[in-house]
Design a protein. Sequence first.
Length: 480
Amino acid sequence: MTAELVSQLGDIVGPAGLITDPDQMAGYLTDWRNAYAGAAAAVVRPGTTDEVAAAVARCHAAGVAIVPQGGNTGLCGGAVPDASGRQVVLSLNRMRRIRDLDAANQTITVEAGAVLQSVQEAAAAAGRLFPLSLGAQGSCTIGGNLATNAGGTGVLRYGTMRDLTLGLEVVLPDGRIWNGLRGLRKDNTGYDLKHLFIGAEGTLGVITAAVLKLFPALRSRATAWVALPNPQAAIDLIGVFRELAGDRLTGFELMSRQSVEFVLRHCSGARDPFPDHHPWYVLTEVSDTLPGADLDAVIEAALGEAYERGLLADAVVASSPAQAAALWALREGISEAQNHEGPSLKHDITVPVSRIPAFIARTDRALEAALPGIRIVTYGHIGDGNLHHNLSKPAGAADEEFRARAGELARIIYDATHACEGSISAEHGLGQSKRDIITDYKDRHELDLMRALKHLFDPAGLMNPGKVLAEPSPRDRRPL
Ligand code: FAD
Ligand code: 2HG
Ligand code: ZN
């Protein structure tokens, strides 16, 4: 049956679109960190929406599960197939076209496999901004950004992918095509279905194209790196920046000394901006659509007020675009740098901004008590209340011993998150890594409704099964 299906899929997508050779499939079967690995009957790479629809319909008729995949940069194992070898990976990486750019409507229509950076560049070439910005932007795709409702460093000004999307085109789990590619900012004609597919991590259908919002290009920018005594100072500092910069505040990232130390150790060219060590840092950016706006003055006014209030230990304002880029590299290098220190246990949590200092104090005390010497790599989008509260093993400890503690350590972080009325996934999703533990933290009626929606869209359970929600036993499947 599988051989027959694979041959039919080959007829649909042609030789350029089908991979069955184990060596060529390998990169599609494990994730960026090599944290998850699976197997597949084939990797299918359709070139058009019609080909996606035909391939999905074929798999549906054969009862074979599909795992949608974009750039495979996700951090929760959502794009990795299971170990059965019976699933089909459906990669969108041949569907990269920019279908339309409507400057007057401030929209761009792109295919799901378009790499985020290429969409940013197309917008810039038209004098516009597509503001989603994240470390993986050279590899991640718009389809993956939508499926995970990606966030990144611009959320405090422009919102998440959900806020940036006006319309979608989706292939449903049985192969029908829903054309919702509307570029409308107002459309009250019933339920807004696009929001079900955004953040669904490929469990409700395959996103093939999207209409995205554009914004005026930013023509002036100022960037500062600030040393702080504690997280509360960062919360107070963002208040000062919000008051003085208003909507021009486009970046506000927190980093612990441990995070920066890993970057200084492992990223070539990284330099500490200050001679002394400080426990916490903030990278902040202010930008404007006006060319030549004096944003250094805005930053200096904010830093001046913060200094008067005793919030700052030290600060530097970038004197050139190259220096600003070097400061951003210190922030963007953390994920990669942590990989050099053994397994990195990732916890992408969010709590109300005001509760971050208490969250960090409580969690770090408990983590250090549970595993003395543990290296806590705290950083993130503090303006959104989103911390990457990641963990590295104590220096010299064995990888396997550390991995064995992962569940217990995650529980400490998630219990503290829950106690602060937060969420255990801010921007990376549930994938396979959090699909079981989420049931301990999310309202059970909400989970029931999610299961019912999954069953409504995908009654056969063939669209990325085992991601977001554990696979239901047939007994648990019930209609809405
Ligand atoms: P993939 O990894 O291929 O897939 C992710 C999920 O989406 C899977 O469940 C997959 O099945 C599903 N999917 C993919 N394409 C489709 C489609 N067309 N239709 C339906 N489902 C689909 N994330 C953030 O939010 N903010 C950050 O700041 C951030 N920084 C990162 C930095 C680094 C260095 C790395 C490695 C990752 C980072 N991420 C970040 C996580 C990741 O890059 C994002 O989640 C990204 O949006 C995933 O896109 P992708 O194309 O790689 O998706
Ligand atoms: C970031 O903000 C990303 O850098 C990645 O969301 C976080 O690797 C991580 O844990
Ligand atoms: Zn992030």
